[in-house]
Every structure is written in structure tokens, then in C-alpha cells.
Design a protein around this ligand. Structure first.
Ligand code: C2G
Length: 153
């Protein structure tokens, strides 16, 4: 049994998350995912839109994920590797080099990120969508369809 472990926030779950998890699972037989608690994220200067509980529920429903554990500190990785008898630690290459110190406990692999998608870009995109903006867009669509209709008659 080859066990792979990774960590992340996995906020607003998207295709980049799906791909990195499937590629990590393909490296072994069992995939464990440590997801950052909201408190731990605050320490990272990060605020997830989705609560820890919701992010956990999403990850537990992902087929390639076998176990989800809370990530509460930077230091827990060594204990987790020993506790779960991990052979591979893997993460996206936005963390390249940051976890090389784990090499003395298991293999460390950095996987290429999926470019063009991120939780923060989704957040930025949706944050501008106020009710007012949405109403403006609806009005514009109505106006355009009115014009098109008049052309059609
Ligand atoms: N990821 C990816 N492609 C993207 C976005 C994310 O491959 N377009 C990968 C990241 O490289 C990471 C995982 O998805 O391996 C989760 O990313 P985040 O939720 O952004 O994780 P982060 O907050 O960086 O937490 O102890 C490590 C930290 O918990 C990592």
C-alpha cells in the first residue's frame, strides 16, 4: 500500500484542484488530504469563502480522496507522514522547494499547477457581481432582446 499525502485550502473547489488530486492519487494506492482549518488559514493570511466543514464535505465526496484530515499547523506534516506511513508528499509547484525538508521522511513531489484558474480569481470575479450590477445586466439583456425582436418583426 503506497500512501500519498497533500495539503491545501481547496476553497471554491475547481478543476485545478480536481487535476492535482487525481494526479497525486495516480502516484499511489491511498490519497490523504489535509485541509487547512479556518484558524490555520488566518495564520496564512488567507480567508476561505467556504467554511472548513463545507470544504471537508466537498473533498470527502471526491472519488480519488481516501481520507481527509484537518491541517492545523505547518509542523504537523512530519507527524502525519509517520502516523499514516506515507511514502509520497505531493503538492502543486507554487510551493516548489518549500517542503524539500520532508525528503528525509518520504519522497517529495511538486506537480505543475493548472494555469488560468484559482480560487482567488473566482472570488475576484464574483465579488463584483453585486445585485445592482446583476440588475443592470438583466436590463441590458432585456433591451437587446427588445431591439432584436423589433428587427425580427
Ligand atoms: N492547485 C493547482 N492548480 C490551481 C490551483 C491550485 O494545481 N489552478 C493546487 C495547489 O498547487 C495545491 C492545491 O491545488 O497543491 C490546493 O491549493 P490551495 O487550496 O491554494 O492550497 P494552499 O492554500 O496553497 O495551501 O501546507 C500547505 C498549504 O496548506 C497549501
Amino acid at each position: 500500500m503506497k500512501t500519498v499525502i497533500t495539503y491545501g485550502t481547496f476553497d471554491l473547489f475547481h478543476v485545478g484542484h480536481v487535476r492535482v488530486l487525481n494526479r497525486l492519487k495516480a502516484l499511489g494506492d491511498r490519497l490523504i488530504v489535509g485541509i487547512s482549518t479556518d484558524e490555520f488559514n488566518a495564520g496564512k493570511g488567507k480567508t476561505a469563502l467556504m467554511s472548513f466543514e463545507d470544504r471537508k464535505e466537498v473533498l470527502e465526496s471526491v472519488r480519488c480522496v481516501d481520507l481527509v484530515i484537518p491541517e492545523i499547523s505547518w509542523e504537523q506534516k512530519i507527524d502525519d507522514i509517520k502516523k499514516y506511513d506515507v511514502q509520497i508528499f505531493g503538492i502543486g509547484d507554487d510551493w516548489k522547494g518549500k517542503f524539500d525538508y520532508l525528503n528525509q521522511y518520504c519522497e517529495v513531489i511538486y506537480l505543475e499547477r493548472t494555469y488560468g484558474i484559482s480560487s482567488s480569481s473566482i472570488k475576484t470575479l464574483t465579488s463584483g457581481l453585486t445585485q445592482e450590477r446583476l440588475q443592470d445586466m438583466r436590463n441590458a439583456v432585456d433591451a437587446i432582446s427588445g431591439i432584436l425582436k423589433s428587427f425580427g418583426n
